[in-house]
Design a protein around this ligand. Structure first.
Ligand SMILES: [Zn+2]
Length: 329
């Protein structure tokens, strides 16, 4: 174990890891030290030091310090063992591949107006939100050459499901949302802008609830079916919205919702004509209540989901009214 840990830490220098996660520091004097603002606590004067020779950090503001694994423990609120697993997964080739793929699709979004048009049509128009969610566009046919120039093998692309057995891109003419867990991309969701089957995920776990790291801090949580529902609600300021991608919650997602018994959950599923969304909401509400959560079912006008409701002109106060009128089982 000890040897494995050393190898894990050597695979990426601490400074490089922090920079990848958007920490900026500058050289402190001529020594092998960098200093910048501490990401672990609020401060205006830089007191976070990274020693590149020892591969250690120390913050004179909050007094915390250590190595790469300690950094992950503190920044992601994970145990030691979880942090090791987290790093192993993050430094695995597939995780890097998904990061690069997402970055490429994000650039592509601005090269192909049909992606932006589709987002606008679905009521998602705030550029800052599009950037924050990492939304991109897959034109199809150009991902493989791009990833090959970055050195990724065809085998890895096949294994990740980005390329099909016939060599075609998995995502073609799709708006792409990266699904992150603890800030790491675990899957990609692609919504077709054409006639193809609307929803597509890579053949891997869909991960936990969307953006759970931030949503879990709210005492009231809104759960929606789709990422477009989430996007418009976030855009309207309902940052307490999360999504399971579909109406079925995996056991880890269910555990996330139930981790805090004082939580109220608003289920804002689709009001389908065939009652599928309503039935799914009832079943889930029952399960959550068995776990002693307070649950309310949000009723939207017939035929609507939160996304279409806003796209049809509903306002923030319209939705607040729906939340107020939401009923428990
Ligand atoms: Zn600090």
């Amino acid at each position: 174990m000890g040897e494995d840990l050393e190898r894990l830490k050597q695979r990426i220098p601490l400074l490089e890891y922090l920079q990848r996660h958007h920490w900026t520091g500058h050289r402190a004097g001529a020594r092998s030290e960098f200093v910048g603002l501490c990401p672990l606590h609020e401060e205006t004067h830089p007191s976070f030091y990274v020693n590149t020779r020892k591969n250690l950090f120390y913050c004179h503001g909050c007094g915390r310090g250590g190595d790469l694994i300690r950094w992950v423990e503190l920044s992601q609120h994970l145990s030691f063992r979880q942090s090791v697993a987290y790093l192993q997964e993050e430094l695995a080739p597939t995780s890097q591949l998904l990061e690069h793929t997402t970055g490429f699709y994000q650039l592509e979004l601005h090269r192909h107006p049909e992606g932006i048009h589709y987002l606008a049509q679905r009521g998602v128009h705030d550029p800052a939100l599009i950037e924050e969610l990492g939304i991109g566009y897959a034109r199809g046919g150009n991902l493989r050459p791009h990833l090959s120039t970055l050195g990724y093998s065809l085998e890895l692309l096949l294994q990740a499901g980005l390329i099909g057995q016939q060599g075609q891109d998995a995502f073609c003419r799709r708006v792409i949302f990266p699904c992150r867990q603890h800030h790491r991309i675990v899957n990609l969701y692609g919504r077709s802008v054409g006639a193809a089957f609307p929803h597509r995920l890579l053949p891997r776990s869909k991960g936990g609830l969307f953006a759970w790291e931030s949503v879990r801090l709210f005492p009231q949580v809104i759960l929606v079916e789709g990422l477009f529902d989430l996007a418009v609600l976030w855009q309207e300021g309902f940052r307490n919205t999360t999504c399971a991608i579909g109406t079925h919650l995996t056991p880890p997602q269910l555990a996330q919702l139930c981790e805090n018994r004082d939580r109220s959950v608003y289920l804002a599923f689709d009001q389908d004509d065939n009652q599928a969304g309503q039935r799914a909401a009832q079943v889930l509400a029952q399960r959550l209540q068995e776990n002693r959560l307070r649950v309310r079912i949000v009723r939207l006008p017939a035929g609507h989901d939160p996304n279409s409701y806003f796209a049809a002109g509903a306002t923030k106060s319209d939705f607040i009214r729906c939340l107020d009128q939401a009923q428990s089982l």
